[in-house]
Design a protein around this ligand. Structure first.
Ligand code: AMP
Ligand code: ZN
Length: 502
């Protein structure tokens, strides 16, 4: 450990809920200022949906906060492109092979297509691309090596299925998920084959599926890895035996992460992960948004309905990452309006000077470092906008906070016009409304108030509202207006379609 590492103290004390202890703890990485994060990635056999986006937004806010606090983050995310069965236990079919059959493609083609879709989806949502992206199929050697280690340490046995991990040999197996192996929970896990010693034992290497397309040679014969082993193998390959933070959705606690802990700690004899960070679900009508329930929305659906990808981010930031959230289009509409207003306010600000307004950053930090209280942290932004401070400093203060929010507030003008374009608003719509607003101004100056009112109604008919500000009248598009329906040029007098207008 170098002196710098020993002396490092994050400028900000971060408190995080740790699933392992079920408590909010002070965050102290193994080797500050470095922080290693392993994030369970997608199983790339279907489109990434809004539920995935929630989980990856939450872990992105965490990594942004750590960087904000001065840590050097290395984030590793796996791509599951083999071995994940249709149940999280070993039953069913490999999801990649299922996808391949469904679409008449090879599993490799399926993986490539949905992986690209996933990474473009998260990029559009301003989710930081992890430093390392690792595919399971490209780390078969590491996985075989780890299974070998477990075998050498006496934690495995063989069945007709392949190499199985004996969970009864890991005394703490039930601890992490607080499983009641004797009682109800045990019944919930049905042994996949009658040769298993314990219902929760899981496959490390599978050799009994000759029709499985993806197969590799191994000391146990040709086969493919079980799902859980990939995460331990790749986490250790890139971050070492001990990982600071491991992220994923709460569904991973009882099986996938429980198994990761068992196999990693039995291989190394050391604690695998210091802090476990789990995101709650995004539900639809009370049920998890998921491919198997056929209730999912993708980013394309979101855009097609006139919402910016970042409206999702704003929606998620307005909830607590550990609480389930119910997805509705009404909630997204209200998040989008809130974000558009915020972009509108930021678009008016001058360039930042770097000088922040005292008080606000402290409030922001105290909220965000308290187990990511993003709602309270966002409320500080409104406080800054309402204060009387110099606008340049308002900009500096808000953009500093946005390093963690990731709402791209420094590019508000562009973001706002992109959003209105999604809603069908074209530049000529605005120009026409503006020219009408000029006429209205003239009428007002000439004290022709009835004409001014008539012109205001016409502006409203064109989907804009006139706001009288100290700098003069401003026209603002209306959220409820269907600009897309106004395809044809509008009448310069009444704002209605040229042919049917006055
Ligand atoms: P999968 O591809 O199903 O393995 O999921 C990838 C990640 O997204 C995991 O961490 C899941 O827990 C998470 N995830 C899947 N569905 C949802 C959902 N509806 N809400 C929140 N997170 C989800
Ligand atoms: Zn994983």
């Amino acid at each position: 450990m170098t002196q710098q590492e020993k002396n490092f103290e994050g400028s900000l004390k971060i408190r995080l809920y740790n699933t392992k202890s079920r408590e909010v703890e002070l965050f102290q990485p193994y080797f500050a200022p470095r922080v290693g994060i392993y994030s369970c990635g997608m199983t790339v056999y279907g489109y990434a949906h809004v539920g995935h986006i929630r989980t990856y937004t939450n872990s992105d806010v965490l990594r942004r906060l750590l960087e904000y606090a001065g840590y050097q983050v290395t984030q590793v995310m796996n791509v599951t492109d083999v071995g994940h069965m249709t149940s999280d236990e070993d039953a069913g079919e490999d999801k990649l092979e299922l996808g391949a059959r469904r679409e008449g493609k090879t599993p490799w083609e399926i993986a490539e297509f949905y992986e690209d879709h996933f990474f473009s989806t998260i990029a559009e949502c301003n989710i930081t691309r992890p430093e390392v992206i690792s595919r399971a199929t490209e780390h078969i050697g590491e996985q075989i090596g780890l299974v070998k280690r477990l075998e050498d340490n006496g934690y495995t046995y063989k069945t007709d299925v392949g190499v199985i991990f004996d969970t009864s040999k890991f005394g703490r197996y039930a601890e992490f998920a607080r499983l009641d192996l004797e009682g109800q929970e045990a019944g919930a896990r049905v042994a996949v084959d009658d040769q298993r010693r314990n219902p929760q034992d899981f496959a490390l290497w599978i050799t009994n599926q000759p029709n499985h397309i993806m197969q590799w040679n191994s000391p146990w014969g040709r086969g493919f890895p079980g799902w859980h082993i990939e995460c331990s193998a790749m986490a250790m390959r890139y971050l070492g035996d001990q990982v600071d933070i491991h992220t994923g959705g709460i569904d991973h606690i009882p099986v996938h992460h429980t198994n990761e802990i068992a196999q990693s700690e039995c291989a190394t004899g050391r604690q695998y992960v210091k802090y476990w960070f789990h995101s709650a679900f995004l539900n639809v009508d009370g049920r998890k948004m998921s491919k198997s329930l056929n209730n999912l929305y993708t980013l394309d659906d979101v855009r097609a309905r006139g919402y910016s990808p970042l409206a999702l981010r704003y929606l998620f930031l307005n909830g607590f990452y550990r609480r389930d959230m119910n997805f509705t289009w009404e909630a997204l509409e209200s998040a989008q309006r809130g974000l558009a207003r915020l972009w509108g306010a930021c678009a008016e600000l001058p360039a930042p000077t770097g000088v922040v307004i005292p008080g606000f950053i402290e409030k922001f930090e105290s909220a965000i470092s308290n187990d990511l209280n993003t709602m309270n942290a966002l409320a500080v932004v409104s406080g800054v906008l309402e204060t009387k401070g110099p606008p340049e400093s308002k900009a500096s203060t808000i953009y500093k906070m946005d390093e963690v929010f990731g709402l791209d507030l420094a590019n508000s003008r562009t973001r706002l016009s992109d959003f209105w374009r999604l809603r069908g608003l074209r530049p000529e719509h605005k120009m026409q409304a503006e020219s009408m607003a000029d006429k209205r101004e003239k009428a007002r100056k000439n004290k022709n108030f009835s004409e001014a009112d008539r012109l205001r109604d016409r502006i409203n008919n064109m989907g804009f509202q006139v706001e009288d500000t100290p700098q003069g009248p401003k026209i603002v598009p209306m959220f409820d207006f269907d600009f897309a329906a106004m395809r044809k040029p509008v009448c310069g007098h009444c704002g209605v379609d040229e042919k049917t207008g006055c």
